[in-house]
Design a protein around this ligand. Sequence first.
Ligand SMILES: NC(=O)C1=CN([C@@H]2O[C@H](COP(=O)(O)OP(=O)(O)OC[C@H]3O[C@@H](n4cnc5c(N)ncnc54)[C@H](O)[C@@H]3O)[C@@H](O)[C@H]2O)[C@H](O)CC1
Ligand SMILES: [K+]
Length: 517
Amino acid sequence: MKIVNNTQMKQLDRMTIERYGIPGVLLMENAGIAVFQEVVRHLQNLIGKKVAIVCGRGNNGGDGFVVARHLFQHKVEVKVFIAGNPAVIGGDAKTNFEILKLLEAPIEVLSPGEGRSDLSNQLKEYDLIVDAIFGIGLDRNIDAFIQDVIETINVSEKPVISIDIPSGVSAATGCICGTAVRAEKTVVFQLPKLGNINYPGSDYTGEILIKNIGIPQKVIDSINSEIQMITMDWVKKIIPKRKADTHKGDYGRVYIVAGSTGMTGAAMLTCEAVLRSGAGLVKVAIPQSLNNIMEIRLTEAITVPLPELKKGVVGISDIEKIMKTMSQSDAVAVGPGSGQSRELEEVLRNIFENSTTPIVLDADALNSLANRKELLKLLKSPAVLTPHPMEMSRLTQIAVEDIQKNRVEVAREFAQKWNVIIVLKGARTVVAAPSGETFINTTGNPGMATAGSGDVLTGIITGFIAQGIEPVQATAAAVYIHGLAGDKAAAELGEYGMMAGDIVTHLPCALKEIVGK
Ligand SMILES: NC(=O)C1=CN([C@@H]2O[C@H](COP(=O)(O)OP(=O)(O)OC[C@H]3O[C@@H](n4cnc5c(N)ncnc54)[C@H](O)[C@@H]3O)[C@@H](O)[C@H]2O)[C@H](O)CC1
Ligand SMILES: [K+]
């Protein structure tokens, strides 16, 4: 599903109205009804319930007026609070404002100087607040008065449904313009905005409910947006169906160079995730002194003990053996728990120069590349790099906080410059391809910020590529399913108690939900 910015959304709006003759007031009606239906679903029943609708001066406020009218018609106790001067309300919003006044619906104008105590006292009586102050038209920092109104909404601790985007979040970037409403749910019209998805705006958005408001598909198809939100429907199309007459070789052979003294767990998690993702076979190159440990810990994986540079670290001395096994594999992963060393850099150089097998680089492989990015230019195969923000900072020399403010652009720029697939992990993981194609993930939860979670993701990506899925699509699908498995683990165990191994154990049911068996 395409992700758009506010300019593209306004372009969609304009094209719909001007080229297809669908009046804006009808789009507003559809938008308001979509929110009304979500309010009803949230309240479960309307009898005796009270809803406050805080409206701004633009069309977002206009949507709020439509919601108020439908609630009013359904005999719900509703009150519209207008945050600003009603005299400047115009267009479709004014049309709906006039109707509300004719219906004599309760309306109160909030003006500067209005003590917080009054609005906050009133909000105590309500069951739900609808946030219709700003939508995609927010284009500057919010003034103190409206900031005060928003803070009053937030401290009321009442559930909030935001219209299109939480007021205060920039639709174009996800940055906060002074302050922002913390929504439980956001009813997003037609397509997700970057501000709904990007950090920190995504922290304010709550559950994203995307509703069709009647913009023709031809109009949506005409928007040139390289950025898309990964959806379950999209992933369902990516995961290959299994045929009856097959054997494990048909589902891909994976080779992993991973593990070192004290970090055999990373190698184990990656191996298990490879197999749980449906791949047929996995071999793990492990320093020979650790081989017995891995043999005990892993049942289904084959271990390949390698001579070691020093105790517990894979050495370059057996690069031929590594390369030979690599050439017989459908996908390889290097880095989980490998430990950083010059030897690893040389292993990577050999692989990049000679291997055409798609490769996933994680953790210490990334750290080894941090000061030798030029090695990436030697690559002869598709490569997926899976940095978290700190690893991305080492790779780009950009400060973490600057990366976090501009996650999508930082990932896109690196992917295109170095011709690799980048997975920038974090609150909304971004997948950027060398082609410019970019995906943003909306599954996952803070419980996944636990040791080994990245090793599991590396295993899923490698496992999907080994099964013949195109590397960019395999990566985006893996990120989605990794988050879905994490959500299932959190649902069962809670975000505090879950560990990376629980993501692996919940992978099968996540996959089953996608492929149906
Ligand atoms: N196709 C669609 O997406 C539809 C969207 N609808 C709704 O319309 C809003 C966008 O409405 P718009 O009038 O462009 O702006 P907003 O209501 O978001 O903002 C109000 C108004 O406020 C001014 N403004 C901007 N920043 C500030 C600020 N910091 N302080 C004060 N005032 C500010 C600016 O001039 C805006 O005009 C969209 O989100 C949907 O909710 C349609 O209803 C249906 C079709
Ligand atoms: K809003």
